[in-house]
Design a protein around this ligand. Structure first.
Ligand SMILES: C[S@@+](CC[C@H](N)C(=O)[O-])C[C@H]1O[C@@H](n2cnc3c(N)ncnc32)[C@H](O)[C@@H]1O
Length: 416
């Protein structure tokens, strides 16, 4: 028996002379996959409405839809026996062929797409985006398997700006773009830092018309010691311990943020002050910039305003879960993930439930899972099918979960 795969359906189209009806497709697929007529009748419930339909026919229709959406069915003619949608990179990962974008998995709230970020968001229309939260591939000197290239500063800035362009076009007024980037990019052969971050912020403002709201700092004291050459060997640099997170908006005067959604507990000392009836002094300091009067800070508030330094590690149960799934399936592990809490913080701060959050460099889909848990709609893309296959496991059991059988084909190919 042959497994029912996307290639098999593509092959049926390729071999067909002229149009094929659904009944003809089902019959050809049944014979090629060695299934019985009874197998074709086995029913399962699908979707929220729990419509009962043949599981195999449903799978075939999913392949058809996927292949059509990817423009494969129309294009297969003359190309035989190749994995139509993806190509193998020199790192051994599956990346989409030109123009291919395919739904990898979806829930009632969102959709994870296998495709190039620019291509996917270039075709997303009439979907107003409230937040794009992303950790793009970092500017590195050596290319890595997780998708970071070794580009020049200018090429890197151009890449980030061009991938954001279609997203910014769909951003609501006052919507936000938040990027978790690296500080640890150095001028080749020198201990001085690259200015790519400054150039990127300028390009985002000049080319895309965004306004800079903040450069937040994510302090992660557990970061590995480095930069090796300059801190550990030559000893001229200090050890790295933070990453910048830049926050921009399409319109600062109408920005959708609300710090009341991310209040933090009062410190013990501040709570004591509130309990004691607030300040006893009446004074001013900082050249009159700050005035205190007796009774200031006496009101009990729900919490303190969060600071723009986020102090927390990279340890994340979702990353551990995904790594475990990858090991069990024999798939590679993603080498550069960020913690879900970081995405959750910005989603709560910058959006309301029901609004659309996107991440065009999804990796293990942390932004997506954070959005899903917080009741926001989401769209995520990644150009590596392996990451999508692994991440899909976090969404199983969420309302409306479905995944493309392409993921099964991929896993099969790893297990052979
Ligand atoms: C730093 S990782 C993101 C990690 C993610 N935040 C997580 O926690 O798993 C960057 C991701 O961008 C993806 N990527 C790079 N270039 C891309 C492109 N042109 N289109 C879509 N995804 C891309 C890579 O495959 C990689 O998974």
């Amino acid at each position: 028996m042959t497994t029912l795969t996307a290639e098999l359906i593509a092959q049926i189209y390729e071999d067909a002379e002229g149009e094929l009806s659904n009944a003809e497709i089902y019959e050809k697929a049944r014979k090629l996959a060695g299934l019985s007529a009874e197998d074709m009748q086995l029913q399962r419930e699908f979707g929220v409405k729990k419509v009962k339909t043949s599981e195999i026919k449903h799978k075939i229709r999913w392949f058809q839809q996927t292949l059509k959406h990817a423009g494969i069915i129309e294009k297969v003619s003359g190309v035989r026996g190749v994995w139509q949608l993806a190509r193998l990179t020199d790192k051994g990962l599956r990346e989409p062929r030109a123009n291919v974008c395919v739904v990898g998995f979806s829930t009632e709230l969102g959709v994870g797409i296998f495709g190039d970020a620019r291509q996917v968001f270039g075709s997303v229309r009439d979907e107003p985006i409230t937040l794009c939260f992303s950790s793009p591939p970092y500017l590195l000197r050596n290319a890595r398997a997780y998708g970071a290239g070794a580009e020049s500063e200018a090429a890197y800035v151009e890449f980030i700006v061009r991938t954001l362009e279609p997203i910014v076009k769909n951003l609501v007024r006052g919507g936000s773009i938040v990027l978790n980037l690296t500080q640890d990019a150095f001028v080749p052969g020198r201990p001085s830092r690259s200015l790519y971050l400054e150039r990127l912020i300028l390009a985002l403002a000049d080319d895309l018309g965004l306004e800079l709201m903040d450069r937040l700092v994510w302090v992660n004291r557990a970061k590995a010691p480095g930069p090796t050459q300059w801190a550990c060997k030559k000893r001229v640099q200090l050890g790295v311990s933070y990453e910048p997170v830049i926050w921009l908006t399409s319109d600062a005067m109408h920005v959708r943020s609300d710090n009341r959604r991310v209040l933090v507990p009062h410190t013990e000392a501040h709570q004591k002050l509130i309990d004691a009836g607030g300040e006893l002094r009446t004074t001013s300091y900082g050249d009159g910039a700050h005035r205190l009067k007796a009774g200031s800070f006496s009101a009990q508030t729900e919490g303190a305003i969060a600071k723009n330094t986020l102090i927390r590690g990279n340890l994340c149960p979702d990353t551990l879960f995904c790594h475990k799934v990858a090991s069990e399936l024999g798939l590679p592990r993603h080498g550069a993930t960020s913690p879900t809490w970081l995405a959750s913080f910005f989603i709560e701060f910058l959006t309301k439930p029901g609004e659309l959050v996107v991440d065009h460099f999804s990796g293990y889909f942390k932004t997506a899972i954070a959005a899903e848990r917080l009741g926001r709609r989401w769209i995520g893309t990644d150009k590596v099918l392996e990451w999508i296959a692994v991440a899909s496991h976090m969404f199983r059991g969420h309302p409306g979960f479905e995944q493309t059988p392409l993921i099964d084909s991929l896993i099969d190919s790893y297990q052979k």
